[in-house]
Design a protein around this ligand. Structure first.
Ligand SMILES: Nc1ncnc2c1ncn2[C@@H]1O[C@H](COP(=O)(O)OP(=O)(O)OP(=O)(O)O)[C@@H](O)[C@H]1O
Ligand SMILES: [Mg+2]
Length: 243
């Protein structure tokens, strides 16, 4: 049984069909990249999976449960976590506390001490243990994104949706994120879906499968290198070779 199944999902905004009859399956431990030109429906697809919007048609099944119309906050405890492009942490709490709150949110009946231990574990996996005692509001936007990743991982999700987590990062930071994704995928079997708009070269290094969106539809899906060299994909990226 796949971890996540989208069955012919459609979302309209007025006359615009933002997501058009998309079906998709994601398995435990998958590493998937979602790409596509501006306005192709990537963010809407994320919003449907995470429960920000409900579809007009179609069904979404997560871990065997129909979540099509389940509110976002009820999806998180099922094991569905996402990061946001603009994180909103608890500003006056420390980085460690913010990540511990994530751990407590994702697991029932976790005591504070254990949550803080889990926080320390993920701070070190993400490589921001030095920031542990800092107030979250004092972090740079980039540091906040690393904290956001640690917080999402501490929830112990089965599926993690990353929203452009690598955008604006230098190559060393991108390497670190890719290393983290690989590690949690292999060690904890977390399925990771990453939306990568501006870093096509990074996608070949962590995604095993790529889904290309175009005008709301799933244009192509398959193994990363095959997809990025598919003539239809090359064409929508202005006739340039993607990798
Ligand atoms: N809340 C909304 N209200 C109206 N139209 C919307 C809304 N959200 C998205 N759209 C429209 O749906 C289509 C798909 O948008 P979406 O944001 O999902 O694309 P995207 O692939 O994430 O684009 P980008 O690369 O620019 O982030 C676009 O035509 C967009 O204008
Ligand atoms: Mg978008």
């Amino acid at each position: 049984m796949p971890l996540l199944e989208l069955h012919r999902v459609t979302k309209r905004f007025g006359g615009i069909v933002a997501v058009d009859n998309v079906s998709l399956e994601i398995d435990e431990g998958d590493a998937i990249g979602i790409v596509g030109p501006n306005g192709s429906g990537k963010t809407t697809l994320y919003n449907l999976i995470s429960g920000v919007y409900f579809p007009d048609n179609g069904r979404i099944i997560f871990d065997g449960k129909d979540i099509t119309f389940l509110p976002a906050h009820e999806r998180t405890p099922l094991g569905l976590a996402r990061t946001f492009q603009i994180p909103r942490p608890f500003g006056s709490a420390s980085v460690r506390e913010n990540v511990a709150i994530g751990a407590m949110f994702g697991r029932a009946k976790l005591d504070v001490e254990s949550a803080l231990d889990i926080a320390d574990h993920y701070l070190s996996i993400v490589g921001i243990e030095k920031l542990a005692e800092k107030e979250a509001k004092l972090l740079t936007p980039l540091e906040k994104r690393f904290m956001e990743l640690a917080r999402a991982l501490a929830m112990k999700p089965k599926l993690l949706l990353l929203d452009e987590v690598m955008a604006g990062m230098n190559p060393a930071d991108v390497d670190r994120i890719i290393e983290v994704i690989r590690r949690v995928k292999d060690e904890e079997r977390i399925a990771v879906v990453s939306m990568v708009e501006h870093l096509m070269h990074a996608i070949t290094r962590f995604a095993e499968r790529v889904v290309v969106m175009h005008q709301g539809k799933k244009l192509v899906e398959g193994k990363t290198l095959d997809v990025l060299n598919d003539p239809r994909v090359v064409e929508i990226y202005l006739g340039k070779r993607v990798v």
